[in-house]
Ligand binder design. Structure first.
Ligand SMILES: *Cc1c(COP(=O)(O)O)cnc(C)c1O
Length: 414
């Protein structure tokens, strides 16, 4: 669904004009649509209703508590990568039995806390991690449920920074080594093998690599069964892409159907870890133009949001549509939309045809995923506020930081 639309010449989120949000809470500000979050989760849960399945939202895409609670209330589980994300998920009301713990560098303390809460599964990424987890579980008198993240070596054909399923990536256990690492795990007394997982990359627009990865994992599952190692679930990770510009967004159904077809009759529970797809198009970054700076070579629109608020353009050269909240009828010029940070890489969009005036509001679209979650305080800038819209209601779900808070943890030399 598209929760952001023009109504009477004014962009709204559901039934709330973005200008009203800017007035009440200031800019820069992230705005999320509750209906869009729920509908994105529904797109996954409906085709899976007939099978044993669990959708574990990847918290790293956007970890706001209110957003996590929306998903928890609708039965979602969570894919977490740190103690911090685990505590957030629990604070938002997550069921520990629906939490999977991913990540290449889990500390003993993180393992111990996750074991004490009774999570569904540790997605283990290396042999030494197995050894550590076995020790920690033993010291607590527990058995740790584990899955091995296997690297199926398929080319997801996405940006190198977000491709994770190739041999040269740091993630997971090499496909060729998987059987021997599972065998090693089966000999460790404090581990219980429950699953297998993979995550081949992010922003994938072609469902084919997912099916390819599944085929490879199923072959592995058969090899393991021959050795007496049986699994309860298969976790295919996240990675389904969204429309940022003019991409054709694969439907969730077209992605799930081939997977469901080959999983039928296997009696395996299916776990998925979508991040971006659940939140990306449910949020925008709302920003106001400070100055217009037309020039001989380039025109700059300097706005109050910057790369510290939304890093994706600077980091991946990612495209986000930038739309006027109240479009003007005048002639459009081409603008580089840039922030106030002292870096040439501080841009939100380049060469955008817009009719602008100082003080106008702009919406940076598709900013719900890896937006606020990757924000920083670079240049001692307070991070943006976050607002959740539900129908005609708007609610502040994270207030803007104060400047004093930004250095409150620091101390002067005596
Ligand atoms: C990042 C990540 C996800 C979510 O990826 P999206 O592309 O946002 O769907 C899922 N699983 C793991 C292990 C990840 O690292």
């Amino acid at each position: 669904m598209n929760a952001f639309s023009l109504q009477n010449g004014q962009m709204h989120c559901e039934a709330v004009p973005l200008s009203a949000i800017a007035e009440r809470f200031g800019t820069p500000c992230y705005v999320y649509s509750r209906a869009a979050l729920e509908s994105a989760l529904d797109e996954y849960q409906q085709p899976l209703a007939e099978v044993d399945a669990l959708v574990c939202y990847a918290v790293k895409a956007n970890s706001n508590l209110a957003l996590l609670k929306v998903f928890a209330q609708r039965g979602a589980g969570f894919d977490i990568v740190s103690l911090g994300e685990l505590k957030r998920a629990l604070a938002a009301g997550a069921d520990p039995q629906k939490i999977v713990f991913s990540g290449v560098g889990k500390s003993a303390a993180e393992m111990a806390f996750a074991l004490s809460t009774g999570i569904l599964c540790f997605n283990v990424e290396s042999a030494p991690e197995l050894e550590r987890l076995n020790e920690v579980a033993g010291s607590l008198g527990k058995r740790a449920p584990i899955s091995l993240r296997v690297n199926p070596d398929v080319d997801a054909k996405t940006h190198p920074y977000i491709s994770t399923g190739l041999k040269e990536n740091k993630f997971g256990v090499a496909y060729e080594d998987a059987v021997s690492v599972y065998t090693q795990a089966s000999r460790l007394a404090n581990l219980e093998i429950v699953g297998i997982d993979c995550h081949i990359g992010s922003q994938l627009l072609d469902p084919a690599p997912f099916a390819e990865a599944l085929t490879k994992l199923l072959q592995l599952i058969d090899q393991l069964a021959a050795k007496g190692i049986t699994l309860r679930h298969i976790d295919l990770g996240g990675g389904l892409g969204i429309r940022y510009k003019d991409e054709t967004e694969p439907t969730v159904k077209s992605y799930l159907q081939p997977l469901l077809a080959s999983l039928k009759e296997r009696g395996l529970k299916i776990v998925l870890e979508p991040g971006r797809r659940l939140v990306g198009n449910a949020g925008v970054l709302l920003t106001r133009i400070e100055f217009l700076k037309p020039g001989a070579v380039k025109n700059f629109a300097i706005v109050d949001a910057a790369m510290n608020d939304l890093a994706r353009p600077a980091l991946y050269d990612a495209w986000h549509d930038i739309l006027a909240v109240a479009p003007r009828s005048g002639a459009a010029l081409h603008w580089d939309v840039v922030g106030p940070i002292c870096e040439s890489g501080d841009f939100l969009g380049r060469d955008r045809a817009l009719a602008l005036a100082p003080g106008d509001l702009l919406a940076v679209m598709s900013a719900g995923a890896y937006g606020m979650a990757m924000s920083s305080n670079y240049n001692t800038r307070p991070r943006a506020a976050e607002v959740m819209v539900d129908g005609t209601q708007m609610q502040l779900v994270r207030r803007r930081e104060t400047i004093e808070e930004l250095y409150a943890l620091e101390s002067l030399l005596p």
